[in-house]
Design a protein around this ligand. Sequence first.
Ligand code: SF4
Length: 316
Amino acid sequence: MQGYVRNDLNLKHLEFDIIRNLPIGEMKALKTISFCGNFGDPLMHPRLVEIIDLFPEQNILIHTNASLRNIKWWSKLGKKKNLKVTFCIDGLGKEHEMYRRNTSYTKIINNAKAYIQSGGKANWQFIVFKHNEHQIQEAKKLSEDIGFEKIFFMYSDRFDTEDTWKVYDEGKYLYDLKKSSHQTTLRDTLGAEIGEKYWKKLYKGKKEISCIWQQERKLYIHSDGTVYPCCMLGNIQAGQNIEKLLLKKIVKDYQNIDLHHHNLQDILKSDVFMKALPSSFSGDPFSHPVCIEYCNKGTGKYAFAELGNVHTDRQA
Ligand code: SF4
């Protein structure tokens, strides 16, 4: 990670018509829409408010670093009754800006105040690192003073192979982020060495895969219009090549799950969703490493998270 925008990333916004053409009125069980920030901040979308207004009957959740837009915009957003915003603020002052590079802590706090004072419901998500772990109590107090409904703390999964994460700006090394002294990573839990890929241990103790998102009846639509069972698989395009190659072997042709080419009903009835993915969960012909990493009942992150041993920031 050298602090550049990767030239293989698709930076296009999801087209408004892709969302408008979803069979929203027919989806009676659709209760919640979450703009989870898996692949960019939802506030970057120029038509975000129009998209929100397509779902008047649903609960809307937005995860954002909240450093975008002005106080007037936030005050207006606060008047929407079916909306809750999670502000991602990882520390107080410059500590926040060490991870959320090029955002403004002051602006975010002012935006949060404007939103909450106009009636908006808000949570505060705080990712704990070594450099901000001393601010937890102060953050709890501030969240109450501002009027957040809840503040919750989590750890980053950037430390799965190393205890530090190097930060660069345009290729120039700046500093290391360090994991919190309270954090237990999947690598720690599995007893793998620093720098060692924990895959071997992950595979050794793995058990059956239980698709958490399927159980919770959730779906993920990516910003390029492709549909996945969850945000962890959907995020693979930003991940390692091996993960991409293996997902391609399961999906075969991305057109099959692309809302530019098929409607949502057909995608959910396609071989990808009806056969290839369910078979892959049971190992036929193989299970995707991301499904093993998150959802196998022996060594998966969700299994350990239930025991309180591992925390992840890829849970949307
Ligand atoms: S990682 Fe795989 S098994 Fe887990 S929720 Fe996503 S699709 Fe389902």
